[in-house]
Design a protein around this ligand. Sequence first.
Ligand code: ITT
Length: 197
Amino acid sequence: MLKIVLATSNPHKIEEINSVSVPFGIEFVLPDEGFNPIEDGSTFEENSYAKALAAAQCEMGERKYFMADDSGLCVDFLNGAPGLKSARYAPSAQEKIEKLLDALKDAKENQRGAKFVCSLVLIDKTGNILNKTTGICKGKIAHNQCGEGGFGYDPIFIVENKNKTMAELSQDEKSKVSHRGRALMDMLVWIKCANLK
Ligand code: ITT
């Protein structure tokens, strides 16, 4: 099994990613101690690269490849916010949801459009970019939260063409349609074709 470091502190991301990648023969593992990236980029891709590089720089063992996921929710009515600041929008997941629902209390039905974005960047130990992929999942913000699955904003994000929030989908269903699932599938196909060892 090829092991790649996933530059994250978010256990949900590694769980979601491994549920898709392990059957492909690729397992993502957490970075070594001391992983503490500064996410001050102006795009998802810049932040993703910064995280991957931070993981490469604290690698003490033999790992050769490092991937990061920078993602967020962009809401039309809020001109793309919380966007890059999705993780810092409020202290807890529940407070984030409540703050977002409150920010949209005057938004009409056709103003609740939103999208999840995920940028994956894969680098080697020296920081060279091997591949990068982006995934987008369109939808709209619900009026109330619904569902227990997933994490973050999933309970208030209604997936386009599904009458369900992301939190009402199973892990498999989420991976098929989500921003992370789409970006990941492209990345896994690339890794297989590149025959990384
Ligand atoms: P790492 O930086 O350590 O990977 P993080 O959670 O801080 O973990 P980001 O900086 O990429 O990750 O912030 C993404 C935030 O966007 C995340 O904390 C959630 O609030 C939200 N988010 C991203 N993907 C999501 C998903 O699939 N479902 C719900 N919310 C998501």
